[in-house]
Design a protein around this ligand. Structure first.
Ligand code: NAD
Ligand code: GLY
Length: 373
């Protein structure tokens, strides 16, 4: 049985189709043209092995090594060259089958090739299902930083199949849970409470998973509809970065790949909760975020197998020692910084987030110091 919701963006609106089995997924994909002539499909070697049945001869099939380093200019050029060689024309399409790495790379290739061709997202990680496949942010990394080159290019459709998660390593599944918890914290108290009340952590076959993925996609769709290109002066799409200013600094200072993005977000969510307590205690208007709320956030993050502080082990290894000044410096260089001001997303209460400009840097220093222990 498949379910559908729509990302409402006027003439660029598109469906998100959620299925539970690969057979249902194939039927849904075929309805949208599927694997036919004038189509390229890109994947990494894990998603090829685990998530692709077969690629018909007439389809251009392009595989990459798994990992963040795949999101680069060389691979972008390779996609362009192979599509041009196969004479994919303006009526053609690109299907990205994989996690956020393949989705971001494929989306940017589709946005650029012949000044834009149709693009279909087939996310195969939990993170990609609830976050990166929806909303049209595409791009690659350059030496100066992650995601610094890219385009907004909305897909024509997103096909989510929970059976793909069967082979996803547990550490990657947990990383996706960080983004799910994030949606509850920033937008939906009922979702947060639902996650907190689960007797055992979610898994690919948990009966609640499809509904929870759907809710996250609905939230992302609502936020993106209101502020597609993240230009709102406050709030808007930037709210989806709850915990991410901290997380990006952790990933940057530890070296990309040490922490999975979702693991860094786990710590970032706890720090964002503690910042929200500070703002409340300081009398910031609208803020009523208590120490008990912060404890509930920490408990939920930990219950999903994610680190909650810079002291927690990562991937079975002791936590790397991260230099405080480098963490602060990385935050100042974050691309979300506007006019040199540190901006954060904080919660007035669980389920209601706002952007906050000009946070006192000494607070951030103290939060990092406590997290390092
Ligand atoms: P990823 O794409 O690297 O996938 C993680 C790992 O899981 C890879 O080794 C991959 O090969 C493997 N894998 C994927 N699906 C599998 C499956 N079904 N079975 C077995 N193995 C599987 O990582 P990710 O966490 O999905 O995405 C991270 C990327 O997403 C980052 O580059 C980040 O910048 C980007 N991102 C983009 C957005 C956006 O809005 N565009 C949002 C969040 C993150
Ligand atoms: N992941 C943040 C965004 O899509 O805006």
């Amino acid at each position: 049985m498949s379910e559908q919701l729509t990302v409402e963006l006027g003439e660029r609106s598109y469906p998100i189709i959620i299925t539970a089995t690969r057979d249902e997924h194939d039927i849904a994909l075929n309805k949208y043209g599927g694997m036919v002539r004038n189509t390229a499909v890109i994947y990494d070697h894990n998603t090829f092995k685990n998530c692709l049945n077969r690629v018909p001869d007439q389809v251009v099939s392009i595989g990459f090594s798994p990992g963040e380093q795949t999101k680069c200019f060389t691979n972008l050029q390779r996609i362009m060259d192979e599509m041009a060689e196969a004479r994919i024309d303006r009526g053609g399409k690109l299907i990205a089958l994989g996690g956020g790495v393949i989705g971001d790379l494929g989306g940017f290739a589709a946005a650029s090739y012949l000044r834009g061709i149709d693009f279909f997202q087939v996310p195969t990680t939990l993170l990609a299902m609830v976050d990166s496949s929806v909303g049209g942010k595409t791009g690659i990394n350059i030496a100066a930083g992650k995601n610094l080159v890219g385009a907004f290019w909305q897909p024509q459709a997103v096909f989510i199949c929970t059976e793909f998660l069967k082979t996803l390593p547990p550490r990657e599944f947990a990383a996706g849970m960080a983004e799910i918890i994030k949606y509850g914290m920033l937008y939906d108290r009922a979702l947060f409470d639902q996650l907190a009340a689960l007797e055992e952590p979610l898994s690919w076959e948990h009966p609640a998973l499809p509904g929870i993925i759907r809710r996250c996609c609905e939230i992302k769709a609502e936020v993106v509809k209101a502020d597609e290109k993240e230009t709102a002066a406050s709030g808007g799409r930037a709210l989806l970065n709850l915990g991410h200013t901290f997380a990006h600094a952790i990933e940057n200072v530890a070296g990309y790949g040490t922490y999975l993005h979702g693991e860094a977000v786990g710590i970032g969510l706890v720090l964002a909760a503690e910042l929200s307590v500070r703002l409340s205690d300081d009398g910031a208007i609208g803020f009523d975020f208590t120490a008990e709320d912060a404890a509930a956030v920490r408990k939920l993050v930990a219950a999903n197998g994610l680190p909650t502080s810079l002291r927690d082990p990562i991937g079975g290894q002791a936590a790397p020692a991260l230099d405080l000044e480098k963490l602060l410096d990385a935050m100042r260089r974050d691309k979300k910084v506007r006019s040199g001001r540190l901006r954060f997303v904080a919660m007035e209460e669980i389920g209601r987030a706002v952007t906050v400009a000009d946070v006192d840097e000494s607070w951030i220093r103290e939060l990092w110091t406590a997290s390092r222990g």
